[in-house]
Ligand binder design. Structure first.
Ligand SMILES: [Fe+2]
Ligand SMILES: [Fe+2]
Length: 130
């Protein structure tokens, strides 16, 4: 997925983090197409876990500082994303790599990202017009 103009928040550091996440998702999608992906998947889950701590924290502080109307909704949805990744990490360490489940997670992440970034994160733009 590309960071299209309508997904930009106008905050360069937030947009750069969003771009990095979209690239990581695309990169793992390609890796998955090319076959066995247990180690890359573990690295991808690790990236998503750290991303869920670092980016979400930075973005939540930015929304709070600018008194963004979407601040509460943003926190709630981040929590749900973190839960989704935590559940998949726990499953992965119990049962191992499963390409079907990895594909399903990618689909959920795609849907989550386009909706969350397009409806919640972009509300930062009102505080900081492009
Ligand atoms: Fe967000
Ligand atoms: Fe975000």
């Amino acid at each position: 997925m590309e960071l299209r103009q309508e997904l930009r928040t106008g905050f360069a550091h937030i947009d750069a983090q969003h771009k990095a996440l979209l690239e990581a998702v695309d990169c793992f999608r390609d890796t998955l197409k090319n076959g066995e992906s247990s180690r890359p998947y573990e690295a991808f889950l690790g990236f998503l876990t750290i991303y869920g701590m670092v980016h979400f924290q930075i973005e939540e502080s930015c929304m709070q500082a600018h008194r963004c109307a979407a601040a509460n909704q943003n926190c709630l949805e981040h929590k749900a994303f973190r839960k989704m990744i935590e559940a998949e990490c726990a499953r992965f360490y119990r049962q191992g790599f499963d390409p079907e489940l990895a594909r399903a997670l990618l689909g959920r992440i795609d849907r989550w990202l386009s909706r969350h970034m397009g409806q919640v994160d972009v509300q930062l733009r009102k505080e900081h017009p492009i």
